[in-house]
Write a protein that binds this ligand. Structure first.
Ligand code: SF4
Ligand code: SF4
Length: 396
């Protein structure tokens, strides 16, 4: 017997199970939010969507890998005619299911059908508390009334009312009015999430980013309302999310690359996070590989696991286990290299870009937006010589 061992060593386990599966069912959407996190080149993929059976296979495989929560998102997931069928299949596998919707396209019949299929949770997003601002940002003159009606309908059907308001410089000064609207609607949970600057929001950053003073005022008002809600024994929970751009340390993005989140894009591309499509990485597709291979072995998912990929200052930093060097997409957008330290960190040599953006936010308000729509996306695809997918497997 030779001294060498023939058993293949087990690679160090650097990740757990993909607990959270986000199924981006489609990039189609009737709205045009200028802060949408969908990829700027989404028009290149709108003709390619997984079929019902392909999605069900993804759910089964992810469940076997340990996924327990399943979010249906998009685009607008309601445009998929098979949504009830997908919900029912997912519930049958034991998932906790969550529909993330703008509410546009929802109606009483659909809510009843989702309820029958076992849907656990519906989150409705608003652009503003004011009809004209809401519709200006959504790029639709009917969106606000439809959202109001559907939020009420969701509650009437026994679902917890979960509302999401993306805040930015055009609505953040009305935070009191936003919270009052949520109280009127008897919301149970409200997420007041300040815009994060990815995808379309990055293009519109100058028109969206609030000033520090606006942000501080909004947080103070939110805290006052929290006190008031406690005094009035109102169980509504207010969650206030600040933008990275006013922090000195980055967030532990997605709890670490490929640690617990798995996103599957409409065309089957598997991603460690819904924004990661922008990175120059070849991601695996569920049509070509098993999820088991994708999650555990694919180069795309292993790219930023562990710490060996890090450059300085992260590589020798004693905080790297807290934030994993921040967000790879933010590092790529701002420095051109995904391996760099997220410039939100004050230790990054590029933190000056964050300071410059804060200073830019002090300039007069801009009302110019690049809307997230098919035409603008196609322009982006053409300008960047990207390919538009031509095969169609739309499951209508
Ligand atoms: S953010 Fe707006 S445009 Fe983007 S998917 Fe949601 S509703 Fe549609
Ligand atoms: S240098 Fe890197 S690891 Fe250290 S705090 Fe900043 S982002 Fe985190």
């Amino acid at each position: 017997m030779s001294g060498s061992c023939t058993t293949k060593p087990t690679p160090p386990q650097t990740h757990g199970a993909p607990f959270w599966l986000l199924a981006e069912l489609t990039y189609r959407c009737p709205l045009q939010c200028p802060y949408c996190s969908n990829p700027k080149d989404f028009a290149g993929y709108t003709n390619r969507e997984l079929t019902t059976d392909q999605w069900i296979s993804v759910f089964e495989q992810a469940r076997k890998l340990g996924a327990v929560q399943l979010g249906f998102s998009g685009g607008e997931p309601l445009v998929r005619q098979d949504l009830s069928k997908l919900i029912s299949a997912a519930r049958g596998m034991g998932y906790y299911t969550n529909l993330i919707t703008s509410g546009v396209g929802l109606n009483e019949t659909k809510i009843e059908s989702f309820k029958k299929a076992g849907l656990d949770h519906i989150q409705v997003s608003f652009q503003a508390s004011d009809e004209s601002v809401n519709n200006m940002l959504a790029g639709s003159h009917k969106a606000f009334q439809q959202k109001l009606a559907m939020a009420k309908e969701v509650k009437a059907n026994g679902y917890p009312m979960v509302l999401n308001f993306v805040t930015h410089r055009h609505n953040i000064d009305k935070i009191d009015r936003i919270i009052e609207l949520c109280i009127e609607l008897q919301a149970d949970y409200v997420e007041l999430a300040t815009c994060q600057y990815y995808g379309w929001a990055f293009e519109n950053r100058q028109s969206l980013m609030p000033t520090k003073a606006q942000l501080e005022r909004a947080e103070a008002i939110t805290n006052q309302y929290r006190e008031k809600l406690i005094q009035e024994k109102n169980p509504m929970k207010l969650i206030f999310v600040t933008p990275d751009y006013y922090e000195e340390r980055p967030k532990a993005c997605m709890n670490g690359w490929g640690q617990i989140f798995l996103t599957v894009a409409p065309d089957g591309q598997a991603l460690p996070c819904h924004s990661a499509r922008m990175l120059p990485i070849e991601y695996p597709n569920v049509l070509d590989h098993s999820l088991e291979y994708i999650w555990n072995e694919s180069p795309g998912f292993n790219k930023f696991r562990g710490y060996s990929w890090m450059k300085e200052p992260c590589a020798s930093c004693d905080e790297k286990e807290k934030d994993f060097g921040g967000c790879r997409c933010q590092a790529y957008m701002l420095t051109g290299e995904a391996e760099n330290t997220d410039p939100v960190c004050a230790k990054s040599p590029e933190h000056k870009q964050i300071i410059a953006a804060r200073n830019e936010a002090e300039l007069p308000v801009q009302n110019k937006f690049i809307y997230r729509n098919e035409r603008n996306s196609k322009d982006y695809v053409t300008e960047n010589n990207l390919l538009i997918a031509t095969d169609s497997s739309l499951d209508e």
